[in-house]
Design a protein around this ligand. Structure first.
Ligand code: PEP
Ligand code: MG
Length: 321
């Protein structure tokens, strides 16, 4: 047997009043896997595939990607694994790919836009993921989706790639779940349509806050304006969770908000049942979940959603504004 094939210990996490919450791991590099397994996560909620690309000096081949992806899949056994396709650009630059000089790369040719424009790179990655995900609980997620068209185009590429692989007799996962990051404000307003096309959603608050409030997440000068508890952000998250849940689509939150215990009662109170965090935060988040009583959390969420100023919200959440 493969040494990584030992089943991890089972451990479920419940709120005080016994509602199950799924806690997933965010993985950047495969080194994080060991911690994730020790922490008994429900799976990988976000594998940031760009990290192995960033630390190299050229594009990895399909086979090189496959080997890394396979390790991840094996380690997680049958638990869900969410592969997020390349999210480069912005603060994540590839040294070997400097095609364009951009005034503002954060809003430039990045992420899913890059993948759709560089389809050879994209298809290579999709092939590696589909091969690695055979017989696994495979989820593929596209970052920085801004419109339905873009998502349908990405989905079509996955479908076509799978058909070609079938015709080549390449063993692979022919039926991965396909979902999106909710990290651009435009998606919040299109949720009713997205639920018709996406299998799952993951809310990326790091970028959602950045783009909703026009505050660079890397700029310390404006960090006072970077407010995850801004009423527009809270209401957006609520809307996304509500629409997804109503349509029985799975939704979790993988931004840094998920590991801040102050936000957890609100997030559970609006009906969120999945959180994805860096493995080191698992014990802290688990504790916060176990301390949460959903009746109180729902009441708190209702109060917060009725507020319009950040100071009041911050006070109610017990955070400094
Ligand atoms: C996010 O935007 O919240 C997110 C989880 O993705 P990243 O931090 O990789 O941009
Ligand atoms: Mg993001």
């Amino acid at each position: 047997a493969h040494p990584e094939d030992h089943p991890p210990a089972k451990q479920r996490i419940y709120t005080k009043d016994k509602t199950r919450i799924r806690l997933f791991a965010n993985i950047n590099l495969l080194n994080d896997l060991e911690t994730a397994r020790k922490m008994h996560c429900s799976g990988v909620g976000l594998y940031r595939t760009e990290f192995p690309f960033i630390i190299r000096s050229d594009f990895p081949s399909e086979q090189e990607q496959y080997i890394g992806y396979r390790k991840l899949v094996r380690a997680m056994r049958k638990k869900p694994v969410v592969f997020r396709t390349l999210d480069i650009g912005g603060d994540k630059i590839l040294s070997y790919y400097q095609d364009v000089h951009e005034q503002n790369p954060t809003m430039g040719m990045r992420s899913i836009r890059f993948s759709l424009q560089n389809q050879r790179v994209f298809v290579k990655q999709i092939r590696a993921i589909l091969r690695a995900g055979k017989n696994a609980n495979l989820h593929i997620m596209f970052p920085m989706i801004s419109s339905i068209d873009e998502f349908l185009q990405a989905k079509q590429i996955v479908r076509t790639t799978s058909e070609i692989m079938t015709s080549e007799n390449v063993p692979h996962n022919e039926n991965p779940k396909l979902g999106i990051m909710v990290e651009l404000p435009s998606v919040v307003h299109l949720m009713e349509e997205f639920v018709q096309h996406a299998d799952f959603f993951s809310i990326g608050t790091n970028d959602l806050v950045q783009f909703m409030l026009a505050v660079d997440r890397t700029n310390e000068t404006v960090s006072n304006f970077y407010l995850p508890h801004h009423p527009a952000v809270l209401r957006s998250i609520h809307h996304v969770v509500k629409v997804a849940t109503e349509h029985k689509k799975s939704v979790s939150l993988c931004g840094d908000m998920a590991h801040n215990p102050h936000y957890i009662p609100f997030l559970l109170g609006i009906g969120l049942r999945g959180l994805s965090v860096d493995p080191v935060y698992v014990p802290r988040v688990q504790q916060a979940i176990e301390n949460t009583d959903l009746t109180h959390a729902r009441q708190l969420a209702k109060e917060l959603l009725a507020q319009h100023d950040t100071k009041t919200i911050a006070n109610k959440l017990g955070i400094r504004d």
